[in-house]
Design a protein around this ligand. Structure first.
Ligand code: FES
Length: 657
C-alpha cells in the first residue's frame, strides 16, 4: 500500500521512509486504512454520542489535531471503545458508527455487512479524523481482561486493589479460630496484612453480614471488610497533577474503563504560574509551603468529588489514587520543602515518594485508600514524565523515538530501542501565553489556529468560536510559522521591511505596523479602523520569546541525539505530549524548528500521557513496577553544564534551514 506522506517543508525526502516500520497510533494510519490526506494544521471536532447498556446516552465533544484516529481521540478523553488489540487494527472490536462520508478500509470490508457500512459502521482505530465528525459509540460488549491505555498500550488488568467475597464458617466451641484467621485463610491467595481500621470493623461486619463479607486488599494490606458481595465495586482515581491544570480520571477497576473525567486549574495559581515562582514563594514566606500544600489538596479533593458525583460512585468505594506530577508539584502536595529543587545542584528530597493515605492528602475517599506518587528521574524530569514514558512505552519500543513534553519546563526523552536518555529544557512561559503581548491561556477567545495568505488572507480558529481576545500557545506557534512561510518573518526572526512585505504579500502588508516603536503584525482587528493597540497582534518581542523557547527545546533534543550518536533522520517517531504539546500543529512545529524536520506522519500527538500513565499504574501492578524500573534504565543528561550548550542554542535560534 502506498500512503501519502506530507512533507513539512522542502529539504528532506520521504522516499526511504517505511510506514510499515512505524505504523502506529495517531497520525500514522494503522494497516489497512485508506489514508485521508491532511496537512497537519488546524483542529477537528469530534462529537461522540456514547451509548450504555441501560440504553441511555451521553454526548461529549473533543477537539484534536487532524489525523488522530477516532479510537485514540476517544481513549484520550475517557471514552471507552471495545478493543483487545490497543488500536492496532487487528482485533476488529472497536466498532463505531460515523455520520458522513468516511473511507472504508479493507478491514471494515471484512468486519461489516454492506448495510452496516452504508449505515456508517467502521473500525474506530482505522478512522482518521481529518474533518469534524459525529461518532456513535455502542456499549462495551465484553467484560475486558485487558484495557487500552496510554498511546496504543494494552495492559492486562491486575490492579493493586483486589476484592474477595467469602462465606465463612460459623465459630463454635470446637472451632475458636479468630475472626482474622478465619478470614485470612479464606483469602490465602492474597496473604494480606490487616490495617487496624479493618480489624476494628471485622467483628461487627462479620456478624452483621452473617459471615458473608468481601475483603478489600490494596497491595499487601487488608484495608477493609465489607458486608455482602461488593466485588463488582472497585474504583480508583488517576491524577495528572499539572502546574497549570489538574486532571482526574475515575476508573472502574473491574473493567479498566474510565467512568468520569474532570479537570480544573491548579489552585496554586495565585503563587505563580510556573514551578520556579512557587518554589520562590516558599523561600520568601514561611507559611507558603503549607498554603501550597493546602491548595493542591483542595484541587484534588474538588476533582475527586466531581468525578465521583458525575460517575455516580460512592467516594468510599475509591480505594486508591495514583498521582503523576513534576518533582515540584509532588513535593508541594506532600508538604516537602521544594527549595533545593530551585537552586543548583537541583536535588530532590527523594526520587520515590512513599505510599501515603489519600486521607492525608485531604481526599475524602475510603478512609484507608492509598495514594501512590510516580517516581522522578531528576528535579526537572519528574513523575509526570515517568508516567508519560510508561504510557508511550518509551523504554520497551524498539523504534528510535523522541518524546517531547512541551511546556514552561520542557522534558525530552530519546530512546534508540536500547538506551534511553532524558533531559529538561527551560522553555519559559511563552507556550502558556506568558510574556506574550496578547498571550492568554487556551480558553474561550484564544486564537489557536492561524492561516495566512490565499483568497481569505487571515483565517483564524478561535476557541469557543467567539471574538478573538488573544493568542494561546498553539496560536502563537501557528502565527509565527505562517509568517515565516509567507516570508513576512525572515529566518532570523525579524519582520521584513514594509516595502518587502508589500512586494511579497500585498493583501497583508498593511497588517505589518507598529505600536510605539515596536513592530507588530495585526492578527485580528475588532473594527476595520481599530488602533493596533486595541487589536490582537503578534509583536517582534513575542517572536523573540518563541524563538528562545523553541531554541531551548531544539537544543535539548539535538544534544540528546548527539549523546546517542543519532541524526534526525534516524528518528522513526516524535511524540508531542502534554496539555500544550498535544495540541500543537505538527506542521507548524516542524516549520519553526521546534521538532526535528521529519515527514509529518512521524510526528504524533500523544495526548495527556501523564494521566494515561497514572491510569496504567492503577490498572496493572506490573506496569507500576515498570515505572520504578525506569529510574535505573533512563540516564538523565544535565544540559546546563555542557560546554557546547550555548553554541548549539545560538545555532537553533534561526527559523527554518
Ligand atoms: S481493531 Fe482493535 S482496536 Fe481497532
Amino acid at each position: 500500500m502506498t500512503s501519502p506522506v506530507s512533507d513539512a517543508g522542502a529539504g528532506f525526502s520521504t522516499a526511504d521512509f517505511s510506514l510499515d516500520d512505524v505504523r502506529r497510533e495517531g497520525l500514522l494510519e494503522p494497516a489497512g486504512t485508506e489514508a485521508s490526506p491532511h496537512d497537519g494544521t488546524g483542529r477537528v471536532q469530534l462529537s461522540f454520542t456514547v451509548l450504555d447498556s441501560a440504553g441511555t446516552s451521553t454526548d461529549r465533544s473533543v477537539r484534536v489535531p487532524p489525523g488522530v484516529t477516532v479510537f485514540d481521540s476517544a481513549s484520550w478523553n475517557g471514552i471507552a471503545i471495545d478493543s483487545t488489540c490497543g488500536g492496532h487494527g487487528t482485533c476488529h472490536k472497536c466498532r463505531v458508527r460515523v455520520d458522513g462520508d468516511v473511507p472504508v478500509s479493507r478491514h471494515d470490508l471484512r468486519t461489516f455487512t454492506s448495510e452496516q457500512l452504508e449505515e456508517g459502521w467502521r473500525l474506530g482505530c482505522l478512522v482518521q479524523a481529518t474533518r469534524d465528525l459525529h461518532v456513535v459509540v455502542p456499549p462495551l460488549t465484553t467484560r475486558p481482561k485487558a484495557a487500552t491505555v496510554g498511546v496504543g498500550r494494552q495492559v492486562i488488568l491486575r490492579p493493586a486493589v483486589q476484592k474477595r467475597y467469602v462465606e465463612l464458617a460459623e465459630p463454635t466451641l470446637t472451632d475458636q479460630r479468630t475472626d482474622l484467621a478465619r478470614l485470612l485463610e479464606a483469602v490465602d491467595d492474597l496473604e494480606p496484612v490487616p490495617d487496624l481500621y479493618a480489624l476494628r470493623r471485622l467483628p461487627t461486619v462479620l456478624r452483621e453480614a452473617d459471615l458473608k463479607v468481601t475483603a478489600v486488599v490494596v497491595d499487601e494490606s487488608l484495608i477493609d471488610v465489607e458486608a455482602g458481595d461488593t466485588t463488582g465495586v472497585r474504583h480508583a482515581i488517576a491524577f495528572d497533577l499539572g502546574t497549570t491544570t489538574v486532571v482526574a480520571t475515575l476508573l472502574d477497576l473491574a473493567t479498566g474503563t474510565p467512568v468520569a473525567v474532570a479537570s480544573m486549574l491548579n489552585r496554586q495559581q495565585p503563587f505563580g504560574g510556573d514551578v520556579i515562582s512557587r518554589i520562590s514563594a516558599t523561600m520568601l514566606d514561611d507559611r507558603a509551603l503549607a498554603r501550597l500544600q493546602q491548595a493542591a489538596a483542595e484541587t484534588m479533593a474538588a476533582l475527586a468529588a466531581q468525578v465521583c458525583e458525575e460517575g455516580g460512585v460512592d467516594p468510599a468505594h475509591v480505594y486508591e489514587v495514583a498521582i503523576a506530577g513534576n518533582a515540584t508539584m509532588t513535593a508541594l502536595a506532600l508538604g516537602i520543602d521544594p527549595e533545593p529543587l530551585g537552586v543548583a545542584p537541583f536535588v530532590m528530597a527523594t526520587a520515590q515518594p512513599p505510599v501515603v493515605l489519600a486521607a492525608d492528602l485531604g481526599l475524602a475517599l475510603h478512609p484507608r485508600a492509598r495514594a501512590m506518587f510516580f517516581p522522578a528521574l531528576g528535579a526537572y524530569v519528574g513523575g509526570d514524565i515517568v508516567a508519560g514514558m510508561l504510557a508511550t512505552g518509551m523504554d520497551r519500543d524498539k523504534r528510535t523515538r523522541l518524546f517531547i513534553d512541551v511546556g514552561t519546563n520542557c522534558e525530552i526523552v530519546l530512546s534508540d530501542g536500547d538506551t534511553t536518555v532524558s533531559t529538561a529544557a527551560p522553555a519559559g512561559p511563552a507556550f502558556e501565553g506568558g510574556a506574550i503581548r496578547c498571550g492568554m491561556r487556551a480558553a474561550d477567545g484564544a486564537i489557536e489556529v492561524v492561516r495566512l495568505g490565499g483568497d481569505d488572507p487571515v483565517q483564524l480558529q478561535v476557541i469557543g468560536d467567539v471574538e478573538p481576545r488573544g493568542l494561546c500557545g498553539s496560536g502563537l506557534v501557528d502565527a509565527v510559522s505562517e509568517l515565516v512561510r509567507i516570508g513576512l518573518l525572515d529566518s532570523s526572526g525579524r519582520f521584513v521591511s514594509e516595502d518587502r512585505a508589500a512586494e511579497l504579500v500585498p493583501d497583508l502588508a498593511d497588517r505589518l505596523t507598529r505600536i510605539g516603536d515596536e513592530r507588530v503584525f495585526v492578527l485580528h482587528r475588532p473594527h476595520p479602523d481599530s488602533d493596533p493597540a486595541d487589536c490582537v497582534v503578534l509583536s517582534q518581542r513575542d517572536v523573540r520569546e518563541l524563538q528562545f523557547a523553541k531554541a531551548a527545546i531544539s537544543t535539548g533534543w539535538s544534544l540528546l541525539l548527539q549523546e546517542l550518536g543519532l541524526e534526525t533522520g534516524d528518528l522513526q517517531q516524535v511524540l508531542l505530549a502534554g496539555s500544550f504539546g498535544s495540541y500543537l500543529s505538527p506542521a507548524a512545529a516542524v516549520r519553526i524548528g521546534l521538532v526535528p524536520k521529519l515527514p509529518l506522519l512521524r510526528i504524533v500527538s500523544a495526548g495527556n500521557v501523564a494521566g494515561e500513565g497514572a491510569k496504567m499504574a492503577l490498572l496493572s501492578i506490573r506496569e507500576r513496577a515498570g515505572a520504578a524500573t525506569l529510574l535505573e534504565e533512563v540516564r538523565y543528561v544535565e544540559l546546563s553544564d555542557r560546554s557546547d550548550f550555548n553554541d548549539r542554542f545560538v545555532e537553533q535560534l534561526a527559523f527554518g534551514d
